[in-house]
Design a protein around this ligand. Sequence first.
Ligand SMILES: *Cc1c(COP(=O)(O)O)cnc(C)c1O
Length: 454
Amino acid sequence: MEEYKIFLPEGEIPTHWYNVLPDLPSPPPPYLHPITLEPMGPDDLAPVFPMELIKQEVSRERWIEIPEEVREVYKLWRPTPLYRARRWEKALDTPARIYYKWEGVSPPGSHKPNTAVAQAYYNKMEGQTRLTTETGAGQWGSALAFGCALFGLELKVYMVRISYEQKPYRRIMMETWGAEVVPSPSQDTEAGRRILAQDPETSGSLGIAISEAMEDAVTTEGTKYSLGSVVNHVLMHQTVVGLETKKQLEMAGDYPDILVGCVGGGSNFAGFFLPFIKEKIDGTKPNLRIVCAESMACPSLTKGLYAYDWGDTGKMGPVAKMHTLGHTFIPAPIHAGGLRYHGMAPIICALYDQKLIEAVAFYQNSVFEAAVHFAQAEGFLAAPESAHAIKAVMDEALRCKESGEEKVIVLAFSGHGHFDLAAYEAYLASQLEDYEYPGEKVKEALKDLPKVAV
Ligand SMILES: *Cc1c(COP(=O)(O)O)cnc(C)c1O
């Protein structure tokens, strides 16, 4: 019997996160203070983040234990299944063996709760009662709302105004988990009021929302701020994805030739590939390819500069060395809200700079074409972000068809697109442009029928 899914029992949820820092040939350079531009120390970060996460950010321990309470919550949806995409392989007529690690089974529908739950836990343990964060498309806000609900923390989410208006269902999801959600810019912060005074009609941006959430955290008792991607500790929390995938591939008797994922800030894909990369660095698996798929609308790796830049438009957060399009860059309003960040995780950037990983960028229409092809074979509707990775896998699989190579391609499938159906609708409508509307054909088909007065 052909297997479609490879499951791990709950007892196989990883007990430790993997920290890649001690295994990197050359780790990313330190963060700089946003005002002094001097290397930042733990004390500089303490007003914003809990101590345990600051320690994890710079830790040189290869394995960091996942607290029992966090693993207990992970049990709600982890371990996640690894699928063999047998139907899609047939549809593509490729000799490649394609697998996908499916993170869409989490309650918020993506990989993001892997870190949200951990961050909520550490804040709770250190006596915080409330968190703040920003959200663009709403994926991160909903993941943190879920995490805060389970550990009894209050949460305020500054949601970029345009998304707040266009994506009411993500907002309702956050409110159901007990979070307070306001459109950003808001009247609730200095930063928000300043922007609104200049431009009351502004649709907002992630950079402004970050500034509001940070200001709220540093000025409110018992409150810290929480980040959903980019920084080292977030990438590390996501390694549960890759650690499980490794075991599941062993069970299937396969080892990957190509790992593929989408990158916005870089957390889901790094969490997926980092547990494999040591074997490439130490020469055990020199031919393993790792392919980052990004949006042509925000191509930080393929078109950005590798330089120190601010992480946010308001210049409140750390300055990091990364591939960046500049902290003032405002990407086109593509549907993949999670791929619209101007920078990239410093760990991913260091690996890209050392040519240990590759990157490709795609236009929006080509990724939806691939996602629809995938959905018609495998059933799952990908998040617009994940659709970029699906497109990259499709290209590799079609190359295998030409060369006849039976490569093993493994996709980091970061989330479902059930709240992004407007994006599918727009794509499907765009495909109708060349379509001959039935008007003339209907007349033709009806021409022999008697005309009746209506
Ligand atoms: C947020 C998000 C991304 C992009 O963020 P990364 O940190 O690059 O992983 C990708 N896919 C989904 C489904 C997301 O919600």
